[in-house]
Ligand binder design. Sequence first.
Ligand code: FPP
Length: 226
Amino acid sequence: MPEENQARHVAIIMDGNGRWAKRRGLPRAMGHKRGVEAVRKLVRSLEGTGIECLTLYAFSTENWKRPEEEVSDLMNLMRSFIRSDLEEFVANGVRLKIVGDWRALDPDIVAMLEDALERTAGGTRTVAVALNYGAQQEIAAAARAAAEEGEITPEAIERHLFTADLPPVDLLIRTSGEVRLSNFLLWQMAYAEMIFVDTLWPDFGPEDLRKALDVFAKRERRYGGR
Ligand code: FPP
């Protein structure tokens, strides 16, 4: 049984890859590449943190507005990430989950992801990657599905969210100093604590996560009570 002040589900808005690259005079793609390395390190460090689920905002429904080349760089990073890290996920008992309208991505990515989901299905710790994800779209679709079943109640909506099978989000972290939710997990954030750090995503490491968990553990959560 986890302690009350221990975060079971942590969600992260991984921001600042572009600025990380710019500061070094490198192409943006390099920032995203280092961003993937930060993801890899973080996933490897989950053991012993008490985190059962880590949800990462990798590509939003708004990210399609970026230049074609950058969208394609991000998609290629996704392909190579699955190729290089899938075996490690399986070996370490990590269950991959995808949230968002990911079936609208390129067919080869959809096929890779389907395979990855199947192969990691037995994992006990979840890494959920948000791909082509938008919270308003998610909530609208869930409300529609709830309406079709009968009643639109918070419980009914919740049952139709991508995250229905995950524990409630305890903590949201956003890197790079921006203080916004950017259409990420709006419903799920109802009682979550939020931590905004200035660190750019490629520089965010396991130590930074540990620090955020310590800050979280000291906060008093009231859920509207007292
Ligand atoms: C924000 O940085 C980051 C993104 C839009 C993409 C995040 C994606 C990754 C870290 C890689 C893919 C993830 C996985 C799981 C393989 P930005 O480009 O908005 O940075 P900026 O605000 O400094 O320009």
